[in-house]
Structure formats: C-alpha cells, structure tokens
Design a protein around this ligand. Structure first.
Ligand code: FES
Length: 175
C-alpha cells in the first residue's frame, strides 16, 4: 500500500505541473491579444480603419462638368467593428472615364461645404473658405485644397474609397 502511494505521487505532481503550464500559456496569450489595441495606440501604429471600395453611383446619371452631391452606403471597418454607413462625396464627371471625387469635409476644421452654382465655387459656411471647381483654395482659412478620394469605374458604375484626413494642417494625412 505504502509503495503504491509512493509510486503515484510523482504522477499527480507531473499532471499538476502540465496543467499549470497550459493555464500559464493561455493566460499569457489572452493578455497579449488584449494588449494589441492598447499597444497600437501607445506606439501610434498604422491606423486600424481600412478603406474599402463602395459603389457610389451609376455614371450615366451624373451630369458632365458640374459637381454632384453623391450619397451612398459604404462599409466602415474600424478596429474590430464592421458597420454600414451613409457617406457623401462631391463628384465631377469630366468624361465617362475621368472624374474628380472630393471628400465633403472642409480641410480647415471639418465642416461640410456646399457647391454654389451662382458663384461656381465650393463654399464653407463655418469660416468662409472658398474653393474652385478643381478644389483649389481661393479664400478663407483652409490650409490646403479639397481632399480627393480614390475612385474607379467598373461596369458603368463609379466606385469610391471613403477615407478621412486630418483637418487644420497643410498636408493631406489619412486618419
Ligand atoms: S471649417 Fe470650413 S472654413 Fe472653417
């Protein structure tokens, strides 16, 4: 009887050691996974927001040579969250293949600007920035031209990649 107890003692101890090691490994992995978003913020890693192509409009309905406010739904992937959001962009069709696509956000402090057909300018109601049809600043405090967005034409449709940029600075920097 005493001999059996002596023989079984090391087995229990080995099992408990393996169990503790397995728990330790899983705990460390869990902590690592939870720390990734925090580490990204701390070390200012690449943005977690990913731009995706979204179908914005049928190109046959877009007028040629005049800005059109185009609204469409696009997926937004922010960190681990994927959502459908309504977006809007200013589109100018120069030809069936050539477009200008502008973000609707004023590069000064982020207000939504409008196209004024009477002046043929984009005008921001917040602090009076004025832009030409090509996006160039001709008045007000905007520090850079209107931000263009990537686009492609496929099967008679215009696809746009929705992106946001930092406001208030002369450079176009994605956020
Ligand atoms: S936000 Fe447009 S001019 Fe200030």
């Amino acid at each position: 009887m005493g001999n059996e107890e002596e023989r079984s003692a090391p087995t229990v101890s080995r099992r408990s050691f393996v169990l503790r090691a397995v728990i330790g490994v899983f705990t460390s992995l869990g902590a690592l996974v939870m720390a990734v978003p925090f580490l990204r913020v701390v070390f200012n890693a690449a943005p977690l927001r990913k731009a995706e192509w979204a179908e914005a409009a049928n190109i046959s309905i877009l007028p040629e040579g005049q800005p059109k406010d185009v609204k469409f739904e696009a997926h937004s992937v922010d960190a681990y969250l994927r959502q459908m959001k309504l977006r809007s962009v200013w589109v100018i069709k120069h030809s069936p293949e050539i477009f200008s696509v502008f973000s609707p956000i004023c590069p000064h402090l982020g207000c939504y600007y409008k196209w004024d057909p009477s002046t043929q300018h984009f005008e921001c109601p917040c602090h009076g920035s004025v832009f030409t049809i090509t996006g160039k600043v001709i008045g007000g405090p905007a520090p850079r031209p209107l931000d263009t967005l990537p686009y492609k034409v496929q099967g008679g449709k215009l696809f746009v990649k929705w992106e946001r940029f930092q406001v208030g600075i002369p450079q176009k920097v994605r956020v």
